[in-house]
Design a protein around this ligand. Structure first.
Ligand code: DPP
Ligand code: ZN
Length: 874
């Protein structure tokens, strides 16, 4: 497989100005006619007219003509990847007739079937499975789409833009035509045809235009659309208020499909969503699902400007639209819900999931320099770290400055395909700042580590912070130049108050770290302070500062920064659990540092925390986060140590958890509001501790499972029971799972949850996983089910996935090899846990590596899997 480099980027030889597509949708095959108006790119030097080389795979070429002159097959060349046509004019019309088989397309790229409907996914390079084309985002054309199909089977026939024609043909077929007035790259093309119900709504834009909103789904789901539509209207309003961006078509459509590789796709005017990311009602969706839907609907909607109106020049620039849009949706969610909690969740996610990626074999910069398969670069680095980089710019130029920068960016580049450099330049020029050094965040991979030491000079009332930054070597990048790190710092006095740090009395200052080593001095500091570092997670870095456990307890109750207050608790718990891991490995009896009990007790009894924060602070760091903090990962020891801490807290603070549960177990009509979500999360974390304490807790969970009037409470109880050890709990869990299946077997979203709660269950061994794979509810061709069963098992079921004999790893490799043929994108994503083999103890590392080597020997390895496995073995 060939590596593609950013440094080799060149404009295309030809542009396409207009693309007219006609689809004859059939039960055996689909015929596609593409009429392309092609024009020579005169900004490039040409000695003679180069061949027109179009991308295309997995299709049958029926005929080609240029300017209505049929081209004989000995005049063009077709390979498995291209069609190369001779050219004799600077401007001409190509007509291409191809045949594809959507019914056999299990890759879920291009045109494919999901249940009884046709749908598409073209990002990044799926359009080349529909017709021969210049499948690259810098080629932008106006599109029309004509769909011809049987109206009885496909009463709904959709594409981008506006419906301009609709007629019944003599042969009983129906023909509709859609026109998109905005030019776009082909990755934003979409087509849907099926027997779908529609839920309608509308939005009036700031300039008074009425936009029809339509959510299409299978008829059984019409009662699950309200939340997505509400989220859509809120997003449309928010983008007007915060960014001045108005929607630009008269219709905005969302279609829910069950088979989808990603979460959703921002096709112009016709978003296609994974049904799990759009459908919800209280009986079937948890608070987490409600919030995820709100965020993803917003994300895809925001892409209409950050992605569609202004798009990417090439796929190395993916973070231009994704990092920026994740930042936009995160701010939207923060405005709709609890801002500090959203920040904690995002930073925690980044540290737990992206930091390991950045330290692993597939580490890459936010703007990668090379790839083999672009689908492998829809990563946490491009999305989440990319969003942190945009957030840092936001923090450097301020809210108003950021708006000036985004206004300039959108107006300057509307209708263009641009680069991350163009984005940074707009921010620089609008604000008159110099982001030269800051640009390294786009080109250097790895997580910087900032080591902090301090000194208090009492005689001169002077406090100094000395910071040293370094970034560990990552593949292809041994040496790193220093980053520009915005480092938000507060100083806390012995009473727990923030000290004023400048003449204006500011208590948080953003220090600009630019050197490898740098010292910052604070004057008029009356006593030895305790520093609060990188407040609100001001940069995606790791910090080293030798906090004692007592100091962390102090920060847990006093830091004025919500994020750091929470993080102090995490640090304290990680420190204690890591020590217990060592003790466990040494065969010692485990005892819990009483300070953690004291700290948790004061959380449970303090009146100063809101419920959302309290719920967050009562959750111990995850096993993944603890693993990330260990030099060598011993997954079973981590599991045992963390479990021991949870049980000890549960017993010692039984009274407090019980009181807190009772105080928050308030019966009310389900609403996914921030306050109610906080209350439920607090109640349910208390329940999880109570269940660990005694049989009464198990009875309480069983009772909650049976009486809950919403899925959040019911599912919490179910997963608590599924992970509880007693005979009684096992019995309840079994009863619950059986009745759950009985009741909800026809509800796709519920079955996904049913699979995932079992896959992650502490008592679900490999044999049980094999059984579930045979169950009628499972389907290897449905990515959501693969993720729910195999993905959850490999990522969350530490005990059984990491069993000593390596059978868990061999199982994963087996599934990757099956999916390598069916759906390469899914296959390569599923691999992640074993790519980190170097981080584990020697025995496990060797067992994982063995499986990677086995996969590598497979004959027909997809580019997707090949790239990940080969990089992991380097
Ligand atoms: N649909 C994916 C997203 O919105 C890729 N663009 O992130
Ligand atoms: Zn996106």
């Amino acid at each position: 497989p060939r590596t593609i480099y950013l440094k080799d980027y060149q404009e295309p030889d030809y542009w396409i100005d207009q693309t007219d597509l006609t689809f004859h949708l059939g039960e055996d095959h689909t015929d596609v006619i593409a009429v392309l108006q092609v024009r020579l790119n005169k900004s490039k030097q040409h000695e003679h007219l180069p061949n027109l080389v179009l991308d295309g795979t997995d299709m049958q070429l029926l005929s080609v003509s240029i300017d209505n002159q049929s081209i004989d097959s000995n005049q063009y060349t077709v390979t498995t990847e291209n069609l190369s046509l001779p050219v004799s004019k600077e401007q001409f019309v190509v007509t291409i007739n191809t045949r594809i088989k959507p019914q056999e397309n299990t890759s879920l790229e291009g045109l494919y079937r999901s249940n009884d409907m046709f749908c598409t996914q073209c990002e990044a390079e799926g359009f080349r499975k529909i017709t021969y084309y210049l499948d690259r985002p810098d080629v932008m054309a106006k599109f029309s789409t004509t769909i011809i199909a049987d109206p009885k089977k496909y009463p709904v026939m959709l594409s981008n833009g506006n419906l301009v024609a609709d007629e019944h043909l003599a042969d009983g077929l129906r023909k509709v035509k859609w026109e998109d007035p905005f030019k776009k790259p082909c990755y934003l093309f979409a087509l849907v045809a099926g027997d779908l119900a529609c839920v309608d709504d509308e939005f009036i834009t700031q300039s008074g235009r009425k936009v029809a909103l339509k959510l299409f789904t299978e008829a059984a789901n019409v009662d699950k659309c309200a939340h997505a539509l509400l989220s859509l209207k809120r997003s449309m309003k928010w983008d007007e208020d915060v960014y001045g961006r108005e929607y630009d078509l008269d219709i905005f459509m969302i279609v829910a499909v069950d088979h989808f590789n990603m979460g959703a796709m921002e096709n112009k005017g016709l978003n296609i969503f994974n049904s799990s990311c759009v459908l919800a009602k209280p009986e079937t969706a948890t608070d987490g699902t409600y919030q995820r839907i709100e965020a993803i609907v917003a994300h895809e909607y925001f892409h209409n400007w950050s992605g569609n109106r202004v798009t990417c020049r090439d796929w190395f620039q993916l973070s231009l639209k994704e990092g920026f849009t994740v930042f936009r949706d995160a701010e939207f969610s923060a405005d709709m819900n609890s801002r500090p909690v959203k920040r904690i969740e995002d930073a925690n996610f980044l540290r737990t999931m992206q930091f390991p990626e950045d330290a692993g074999p597939t580490s890459h910069p936010v703007r990668p320099a090379s790839y083999i398969e672009i689908s492998n670069f829809y990563t946490l680095t491009v999305y989440e770290k990319g969003a942190e980089v945009v957030r840092m710019i936001h923090n450097i130029v301020g809210k108003a400055g950021f708006r000036k920068g985004s206004d300039l960016y959108f107006s300057r580049h509307d209708g263009q395909a641009v680069t991350t450099e163009d984005f940074v330049k707009a921010m620089e020029e609008a604000n008159n700042v110099d982001l030269t050094q800051f640009r390294r965040w786009y080109t250097q991979s790895g997580t910087p580590v900032v080591h902090v030491s301090d000194n208090y000079d009492a005689a001169n009332k002077r406090y100094t912070l000395t910071v040293k930054q370094k970034c560990p070597p990552t593949p292809g990048q041994i040496e790193k130049a220093p980053f520009h790190i915005p480092f938000a710092v507060g100083l806390i006095d012995s009473l727990g108050n923030d000290m004023p740090l400048d003449e204006q009395g500011n208590t948080t200052l953003v220090l600009d770290i630019k050197e490898a080593e740098q010292t910052f001095t604070f004057n008029n500091i009356n006593e030895q302070p305790l520093p609060s570092l990188a407040r609100d997670f001001s940069a995606p870095i790791k910090i080293e500062y030798p906090y004692t456990r007592d100091q962390l307890m102090f920060l847990m109750s006093h830091d004025n920064d919500g994020f750091n207050r929470w993080d102090a608790g995490q640090k304290l718990a990680v420190d204690i659990i890591k020590e217990l891991v060592e003790h466990q490995r040494a065969g010692m009896t485990l005892t819990l540092d009483e300070r953690l009990v004291t700290a948790y007790k004061s959380l449970l009894t303090s009146a100063s925390l809101d419920k959302a924060m309290l719920a967050k602070m009562l959750a111990l760091p995850s096993e993944d986060y603890i693993a990330e903090e260990c030099d060598v990962i011993y997954p079973l020891s981590i599991h045992v140590a963390r479990d021991f801490v949870r049980r000890t807290l549960a017993v010692k603070l039984h009274k407090q958890f019980k009181a807190c549960y009772a105080a928050n177990n308030i019966e009310k009509v389900y609403q996914p509001t921030a306050d109610d979500i906080a209350e439920r999360s607090l109640k349910n974390i208390c329940l999880s501790y109570l269940t660990l304490a005694d049989e009464q807790g198990i009875e309480l969970s069983w009772q909650q499972y049976q009486q809950a009037n919403n899925m959040t409470d019911r599912f919490s109880a179910l997963s608590i029971l599924e992970n509880a050890v007693s005979v009684k709990a096992r019995d309840y869990a079994e009863q619950a799972l059986a009745s759950f299946y009985q009741q909800w077997q026809h509800d796709v979203q519920m079955i996904e949850q049913w699979l995932s709660v079992q896959a992650g269950g502490e008592y679900t061994d490999l044999e049980k996983i094999h059984q579930l794979m045979q169950h009628e509810a499972f389907d290897m061709k449905n990515p959501n089910k693969v993720r729910a069963l195999i993905g959850v098992f490999a990522n969350r079921n530490k005990v059984h996935f990491h069993r000593d004999d390596g059978a868990g790893y061999a199982f994963l490799a087996d599934q990757v090899l099956v999916l390598n043929r069916l759906n390469p994108q899914m296959a390569s994503r599923l691999l992640t846990p074993i790519t980190r083999w170097k981080r584990y103890d020697e025995t496990r590392g060797a067992l994982m590596k063995e499986q990677l080597q086995r996969i590598m020997k497979e004959k027909d390895l997809s580019k997707d899997v090949y790239e990940i496995v080969s990089k992991s073995l380097q």
